[in-house]
Design a protein around this ligand. Structure first.
Ligand code: AMP
Ligand code: MG
Length: 177
């Protein structure tokens, strides 16, 4: 089976604020084999334009600080770099995966906001939903819980984009079973 691109995003947010106008602040991506072997990694911070000052809640959740995003490029530049990363290892029939549908929706949202083409032109696979289906668990679970269920130790820092993407990639053997 073809290699899989796994993507995880971090975004601006606030506590108990469902209507918060979220924007991507970090992109993590890995090309992995279906057995979870990592072929290449990508990480970029993104400078948000709608709410450029991170909330204390967001910094506490992600560990991403104001200086990280202040020094970063805005979304169009990062999207272009991501698009190049996507192209680098893509095979005919390749797909991209994320843990849930949110990352896919947020990518489209930020692309529309900036009037650019979405950076990933591959079919999307909802690894969270697939994991629940394959394991016959009624309710989809978070990525950390999924690691726990299969006996994988969460690696790196949870809620950092590349570490999250790497952990999702490590779950692929259970997702694609
Ligand atoms: P994650 O990939 O789980 O780190 O989550 C991606 C983004 O979702 C984070 O960068 C936040 O913007 C948002 N998010 C995650 N968990 C929460 C939470 N408990 N409250 C508010 N926003 C959250
Ligand atoms: Mg994350």
């Amino acid at each position: 089976m073809e290699n899989i691109l796994v993507v995880d995003l971090e975004a601006t947010c606030d506590e108990n604020a469902p209507d918060f106008d979220m924007q991507i602040i970090e992109v993590g991506a890995v090309w992995a084999t279906t057995t979870g072997e990592i072929l290449d990694t990508f990480q970029r911070f993104v400078r948000p334009v709608a709410n450029p000052v991170l909330t204390p809640f967001c910094t506490a959740l992600t560990g991403i600080c104001q200086a990280d995003v202040d020094g970063a490029s805005t979304f169009p530049d990062v999207a272009e770099a991501l698009h190049a990363f996507v192209a680098h290892h893509r095979q005919p029939g390749a797909m991209w995966a994320s843990w849930g549908a949110w990352d896919s929706k947020q990518l489209l949202k930020d692309s529309a906001r900036h009037g650019i083409a979405p950076p990933i032109d591959l079919p999307h696979l909802n690894a969270k939903r697939l994991f629940a289906k394959v394991r016959h668990i009624g309710k989809a679970v978070g990525m950390a819980k999924a690691c726990e269920l299969v006996g994988l130790q969460l690696e790196g820092t949870h809620h950092r984009a590349l570490d999250d993407a790497l952990n999702v990639a490590r779950l692929l053997p259970w997702v694609l079973r």
